[in-house]
Design a protein around this ligand. Structure first.
Ligand SMILES: [Zn+2]
Length: 330
């Protein structure tokens, strides 16, 4: 029996080797092709949202309507479920003494492990209205974050996530975080069931130092370990909560990272958050914030890093997020 066992071992090895040869690389290539396809799609999404046709996607504008239509098509293609009859969540808010209307775009991916707990991924799709003939395309701010949101939705389509995910493209962020406020004021699920907010706002312009900021460690101290261990070509910097000087440039006004974007509304509701964003750059809120100025390689690296953080969060013991939630409400 010894020789028979040896032959079968040798045969098994030969089979394993040829399987590795035939299946291994092709499976790896397939995965790589899929990853590259997701990145290419994100790049197309960014370009579409930052196109002149959408004219900056200002709240209430024709360009905003085009952006909503585009997002609805993409949400449907990604298999996200609407929470009502469609993905649109209209709301009203006040700007000074006048009442205004905005529209959030919301879709659900039901989780497979703990579907009764929700992660809300936010990115604002609105930007600024044209001034005269000058269009503010807002490619980095925040077509990039919305493309990132769609990228994460694609990842959760590929493998079912632990938690349920609400993908929320907010409106009227530029006017005062009004889309996020409307969502929190009338949440589609109980606020207690929301364990985390991942907010993406300006994720494509790392500039010469390739830096990307990550805020949220006050509510989620484990972020320090993630930032230390994560493999990325980018310079991931944990932004301190509270008032901080921007990149140490004294001439810049201080940036309050914890209030900088939609995640502030979640933070105030006692929900821990991860906020990814770059520093203020010279084209910030100018007509020159165009996709042509973005280095796609930086953007893709940021997408991969954000997806890594999402997977890392899902690998944490579930009570971690619940504990953060309780401690942050104190
Ligand atoms: Zn923004």
């Amino acid at each position: 029996m010894q020789w028979l066992r040896r032959i079968s071992l040798v045969l098994a090895q030969v089979f394993a080797l040829s399987a590795a040869f035939w299946l291994g690389p092709s499976a790896a290539t397939e995965q790589q092709q899929e990853a590259t396809a997701h990145e290419a799609q994100a790049w197309r999404d960014l370009q579409q949202l930052a196109a002149d046709a959408m004219a900056g996607r200002a709240t209430g504008s024709a360009g905003s309507l085009l952006a909503q239509q585009y997002l609805q098509k993409r949400f449907a293609a990604l298999g996200l479920q609407p929470l009502g009859s469609n993905y649109l969540q209209p709301f009203s808010f006040h700007e000074g003494f006048s009442e205004r209307h905005g529209v959030n775009v919301l879709g659900l991916r039901r989780g497979c492990g703990q579907p009764e707990r929700y992660v809300v991924v936010t990115a604002h799709y609105d930007h600024l209205k044209p001034r005269g003939k000058k269009i503010f395309n807002g490619a980095d701010d925040n077509a990039s974050g919305v493309a990132g949101l769609l990228y994460l939705a694609a990842q959760t389509q590929q493998s079912c996530p632990l938690y349920s995910y609400l993908f929320l493209a907010t409106d009227a962020e530029e006017l005062g975080l009004d889309g996020a406020k409307a969502f929190i004021a009338k949440p589609p699920v109980a606020l207690d069931a929301i364990v985390l907010n991942i907010n993406l706002d300006m994720i494509s312009r790392g500039e010469s130092n390739q830096r990307l900021y990550l805020a949220g460690k006050k509510q989620l101290p484990q972020l320090t370990q993630f930032a230390e261990k994560v493999q990325t070509p980018l310079k991931l910097t944990l932004a301190h909560d509270g008032r901080q000087s921007s990149l140490g440039r004294r001439s810049q006004p201080p940036v309050d990272w914890s209030n900088a974007s939609d995640h502030a509304v979640f933070r105030k509701a006692g929900i821990p958050f991860l906020y990814f964003g770059v520093d203020v750059h010279p084209q910030y809120h100018t007509p020159q914030d165009d996709w042509q100025r973005i280095d796609p390689q930086y953007f893709f690296a940021a997408l991969r890093l954000i997806e890594q953080s999402r997977r890392w969060l899902e690998s944490l013991p579930p009570q971690t997020l619940a504990r953060s939630q309780k401690s942050s409400t104190n």
